[in-house]
Design a protein around this ligand. Structure first.
Ligand SMILES: Nc1ncnc2c1ncn2[C@@H]1O[C@H](COP(=O)(O)OP(=O)(O)OP(=O)(O)O)[C@@H](O)[C@H]1O
Ligand SMILES: [Mg+2]
Length: 351
């Protein structure tokens, strides 16, 4: 075999190897069931970053881009603090503890004037935890990552851990930033010896990076905001990292009046509707129940008005919601709540 043949053979082998490598990579990419999801997330992240005017010179890794698709555009959030009724003290505390220290950092250089490492909102279902978090995203004027637990899952070993790390590295790059984890008990529940290895490692990484931020808290402004109705299921070490916690409980009478007033602010309500009476009759109702009550009453109002008037396609009906509609809606809801066992028996009106 002469020199020239040897060289040609070597070249052919090199070409064949390179081609095989590219082909195998392409095939693996094509076979990856999450490929479309990843590409979409990347495009979404880039669009969001441009919209949020995040500096283009920030270099993000592939994992950080995947997490960036969870960034929230405050303008797209329909609720603000004005829509949250009866929780003024919680909102004030959130403003003073979370927003103020970050906004006034320049003027007050004290080491103590830092936001807490983490904030936990807890309390019974339907009382406004998620709503408060959403409204905070709108009001805070900070970057807001609404962390979707499914973003952290990946079929390849080690990828979930890299994504968990990316949550914090991205937050530090785009700070000041709030990382919101809704139903935090499902992602960061108490560690157990039977935990899957990947899950255990994600939890451990979360804890170490979370504390890593705290050690550098004089420079970084990253806060984790969690919401749950099962705080007893959240890992104790995670709870420690959320030293500031707010209980959002069932609304009292005055709070219920305020919630109904806020929900009905843009509706046509008859003059006979007495909010005090409604608030008195709805003991044990959450904010979400009150919203459902108003919705049902509005539907009954619409039904009554359709019965009494003939409509054509062009007519716009704007019937008022009457106290009678509220009474019917209340009777229906109480009945169904009693059967579900969600209304305590001590709270039944016997008349
Ligand atoms: N304080 C409130 N003011 C106005 N509306 C409220 C209030 N609390 C609850 N609501 C209404 O109830 C709905 C559900 O509330 P939200 O999703 O915040 O409950 P949650 O506490 O997160 O419940 P869960 O624990 O089940 O997730 C809200 O979208 C809103 O319409
Ligand atoms: Mg919620």
């Amino acid at each position: 075999m002469n020199e020239e043949t040897k060289l040609t053979l070597l070249l052919r082998v090199a070409l064949a190897t390179a081609f095989t490598c590219v082909a195998v990579k392409w095939m693996v990419d094509q076979l990856d069931p999450t490929r479309d999801k990843k590409n979409k997330a990347k495009q979404q992240a880039q669009a969001l970053m441009t919209k949020l005017r995040i500096k283009t010179n920030i270099q993000l890794t592939e994992y950080e881009l995947a997490i960036a698709s969870n960034l929230v555009d405050p303008e797209s959030i329909p609720v603000s603090w004005k829509d949250v009724a009866g929780l003024d003290s919680v909102l004030q505390e959130l403003h003073d503890n979370l927003i103020l220290p970050i906004k006034s950092k320049k003027h007050f250089p004290s080491q103590l004037l830092q936001p807490p490492k983490g904030i936990l909102l807890h309390g019974p279902p339907g009382c406004g935890k998620t709503m408060v978090a959403k409204a905070t995203a709108k009001e805070a004027g900070m970057r807001f990552i609404n962390l979707d637990a499914s973003t952290l899952t990946d079929k390849w070993y080690g990828e979930s851990q890299k994504l968990a790390t990316a949550v914090f590295s991205l937050a530090v790059k785009i700070q000041p930033c709030i990382i919101f984890i809704d139903e935090i008990d499902s992602l960061l529940r108490s560690r157990d010896t039977h935990d899957h290895e990947a899950t255990a490692m994600v939890k451990a990484l979360f804890m170490s990076h979370w504390d890593g931020l705290a050690t550098d808290s004089s420079k970084s402004s990253v806060v984790v905001l969690g919401a749950t109705n099962r705080p007893q299921d959240v890992d104790k070490a995670i709870l420690r990292r959320m030293p500031s916690s707010f209980y959002i409980g069932l609304p009292g009478m005055e709070q219920r009046r305020q919630v109904v007033l806020t929900i009905l602010k843009d509706e046509r309500v008859a003059s006979d509707v007495d909010l005090e009476t409604l608030a008195r009759l709805t003991e044990g109702f959450s904010g979400s129940d009150l919203r459902e009550l108003c919705r049902t009453a509005a539907v009954y109002g619409m039904r009554d008005s359709l019965k009494s008037t003939k409509t054509t396609d062009d007519t716009t009906m704007a019937e008022e919601i009457t106290m009678e509609n509220f009474s019917q809606a209340l009777a229906k809801m109480r009945d169904s709540k009693l059967h579900c066992g969600t209304l305590p028996l001590s709270r039944i009106d016997l008349d």
